[in-house]
Design a binder for this molecule. Structure first.
Ligand code: IMO
Ligand code: MG
Length: 410
């Protein structure tokens, strides 16, 4: 079976933690998109792992992981990350494979990323990791893939300084590179977990363009970036938080901006949820849960289910407000707009749902969830037409549960 996990918002939904949880029953975990712009935090006991490139399944001893062809890989970051987890006791040798079609991020791309950003009429607030440069080189047919390091024409055309820089990594990559389609065919009967990065609203096509990342972070990218056909995907789950965050620039229809109690709520949620970037440390912008955007993400990813995280942050609040429509120039819509001009004009139509007694944070199964919180979930399910099948109510593995088993085909 092939199970996809994507982010259903602007990233940072808790995908890494969920992939780690679901990887227990996987044989192979494949990351299919993005690069070191991602930051996936996993807590196991008293250890915290911060992963940027390596698929989250790596923490389990003996599991195989692969970095797919849809990724852009900075080998220096990759081997630093692998050295870091090794120090934390994770023996990764022989378990990490890399598509030979994945594109490389060279050192000059990072500077270029920052230069491009400073010249943009609409700065995106990129992570400065050279991600956009690597993807644009790919589209320009001027990129360097892992396989190309053994192509004498490409190798000879590279700058001397780049060749020198990459040489030690080239030797390491040699033993890890695979023909991804062949690799996936060999693993076709295994339990494969396809790990997304970023989120639906940061997807190059479906996101809030141009304020997006440059990879395909929606479910279609799972097929593309892991060298399988779309029909091989058996199930797709999307992770979302009970509120909305965004790091970097761009429209944010439900952002908590108004002075007073709204801003206080945003600041409170930021502290409760530790909403500071894993990759850049930037404070994340906070907003009300946006059901218009969530329904859109459900559709463009053909989601079979959602995994809801951080609902526990609303424990003790008297209400939870969610956005049920956008008002643009006095007209209400539930279609997610394409234009940033329209997105910037949005006045969110909010609906207040009653808070609950008891603690979602203490729930370990659906039955433990307080009734009023269950009503919130049912409201979300009816609005979006996608069931909520799993919950993350804290950072630890045992603070996670499924209402429906994930590894059963829909
Ligand atoms: P994970 O996988 C949140 C954002 C950046 C910026 C925009 C473009 O941890 O959820 P880029 O460097 O990709 O060209 O930046 O995308 N961004 C993310 N925001 N989580 C991520 O990944 C992100 N990856 C990129 O902040 O606004
Ligand atoms: Mg992140």
């Amino acid at each position: 079976m092939k199970l996809v996990v994507i982010g259903a918002q602007w990233g940072d939904e808790g995908k890494g933690k969920m992939v780690d949880y679901l990887a227990e029953d996987a044989d192979l975990v494949v990351r299919f998109s993005g690069g070191a712009n991602a930051g996936h935090t996993i807590k196991v006991g008293d250890q915290t792992f911060k992963l940027h490139l390596v698929p989250a399944g790596i923490i389990y001893p003996g599991k195989t992981v692969a970095l797919g062809n849809g990724m852009v890989i900075d080998p220096e970051s990759l081997f630093q990350e692998l050295a870091g987890i090794k120090e934390q006791g994770v023996n990764w040798e022989g378990r990490v494979f890399i598509s030979d079609r994945a594109h490389l991020v060279l050192p000059s791309y990072k500077q270029e990323d920052q230069n491009m950003e400073s010249k943009r009429a609409r700065p995106i607030g990129t992570t400065g990791r050279g991600i956009g440069v690597a993807y644009s080189r790919k589209a320009d047919r001027d990129g360097i893939r892992v396989a190309d390091l053994w192509d004498s024409v490409v190798w000879d055309s590279m700058k001397e300084e780049d060749r020198k820089w990459i040489q030690p990594y080239k030797n390491l990559l040699k033993d890890m590179k695979v023909n991804m389609a062949g690799f996936m065919m060999k693993n076709k009967d295994k339990q494969v977990l396809l790990e997304g990065a970023q989120g639906a609203l940061l997807d190059l096509d479906h996101g809030t363009y141009p304020y997006v990342s440059s990879g395909i972070s929606t479910c279609s990218g799972a097929a593309l970036g892991a060298a399988i056909g779309p029909k091989h995907i058996d199930k797709a789950l999307g992770v979302f938080k009970a509120y909305q965050t965004r790091v970097g620039n761009g429209p944010f229809p439900t952002e908590m901006l108004a002075e007073g109690s709204e801003l206080d709520l945003g600041n409170q949620l930021r502290e409760l949820g530790h909403e500071y970037g894993t990759t850049t440390g930037r404070p994340r912008r906070i907003g009300y849960l946006d059901l218009v955007a969530l329904k859109y993400a459900g559709w463009v990813n053909s989601l079979d289910g959602y995994i809801l995280s951080h609902l526990n942050l609303y424990d003790g609040f008297d209400k939870i407000e969610v956005c049920v429509a956008y008002e643009i120039d006095g007209v209400e819509t539930i279609d997610f707009p394409s234009s940033t001009v329209d997105l910037d004009k949005v006045k969110p139509v909010l609906k207040a749902l009653p808070g609950w007694e008891g603690k979602v944070g203490e729930a370990r199964c659906w039955d433990d969830i307080p009734e009023a919180a269950k009503a919130v979930v049912k409201f979300i399910e009816e609005y979006t037409d996608v069931p909520v099948v799993g919950y993350s109510v804290g950072p630890l593995r045992d603070e996670t549960f499924m209402k429906e088993p994930a590894w059963i085909k829909s």
